[in-house]
Write a protein that binds this ligand. Sequence first.
Ligand code: AMP
Ligand code: GLY
Length: 431
Amino acid sequence: MDTYNVLLIGAGGREHSIAWKLAQSEKLGQLYIAPGNPGTAQFGKNVELDINNFEAVSEFINKAAVELVVVGPEDPLVNGMADYLRERNIAVFGPEKNAARLEGSKEFAKEFMLKYNIPTADFAVFSSLDYDDAYKFIVLKDTYPIVLKADGLAAGKGVFICNSEEEVKERLLAIKKDEKLSEAASRLVVEEFMEGEEVSVFVISDGHTSHILHYAQDHKRIGDGDTGLNTGGMGAYSPAPVLNASLLEQIQFEIIDRTITGMQLEESAYTGILYVGLMITADGPKVVEYNCRFGDPECQVILPSLKNDLLDLMIASTEQRLDEKSVQIDDNYRCCIVLASEGYPQSYEKGKVISGLDQFDDETLVFHAGTKKKGDKIVTNGGRVLNVVAGGKTLRGAIEHAYEAVKKISFENCYFRKDIGHKGLKRISNL
Ligand code: AMP
Ligand code: GLY
């Protein structure tokens, strides 16, 4: 059998789970991860590379005879890594720059959805020179809450939900002053607020054929009961009972098929993972956002449920052969608890020794995110530190199993949410 040397780009919990899954493939030759983390090092060789320096990445690929590049995070994709490497005849799993605009530009995504009749919130777009017009538009509309979104990538810090005219005024001024947001907010999307429950659906596409891999619910806020600041995600569970077979069919038909076909018509065929962030509203599922990669921590609950060989699916995607494949998911629930450094998503301390990592079995997985090796110890090195993932025949079982496993790990100033999956449990008990 042919084997493939793979270079995986990224360093988070998502990439640790991808490395874990790729390592189960008979098709895997050597796995390299750039830059990786102590978790990924268990499955391949971590390489020090600046992932935004495409020339350096390409040189490494030639030197190490890499045959497939798998890109974890959005930045390199939005900046054209897939284009750069494909021009050099290197196979890449991930969308090209034009296709990654679905995440890289909210204005593009919204105009695209309007054009192809994909359900989403009503919106209007303003340039940074026209914030006065944006303000007048919102005052005339007089419906709150209202959502303000920076057009470009802002690492989750470019979306603001305002509850009054006063708040809008203050927020517009703050965005104008915020130097970090100035590029992303050179265009501003003003959007209707959607009421409902959120869920993330993950699709694999080769540009023509697409399959739903699975779906999960993230927990974006730092505090229990969805309170406090937005984060990268504090936990996830899958499958989320907010979806059922008929909603999935509707999502496939009204959202996914139209997106894949629409992108073909835009001559920006979408390949790789498409993450569709949805709000399940009283009027049906609507798109909140598209992302051009796996979610983190959603990936950490999806991949353990996937029965397919992930590398085989990725190769089929890069060779436009996904029509030959079908996706197989097991019938277990999975729950992921993110262990973070107290203080995240604002300032926090690093370098705390982590203990208990050696007590896990095949049933429970611990994926590293912000960790670092220091001598023979593993220490904290980021806001989101570890992801503890466990499964069960029921959602309740998976959640309990995951929280039991969390007890085995300790580090100073460890913070985690205590209510991951509770929305799902509530929904099941109300059915
Ligand atoms: P985004 O980066 O577009 O996913 O937005 C971040 C979060 O803001 C989403 O996960 C939602 O919780 C919330 N959000 C964004 N847009 C809307 C909307 N139109 N209505 C309600 N909530 C929204
Ligand atoms: N967990 C949300 C994201 O990956 O964007």
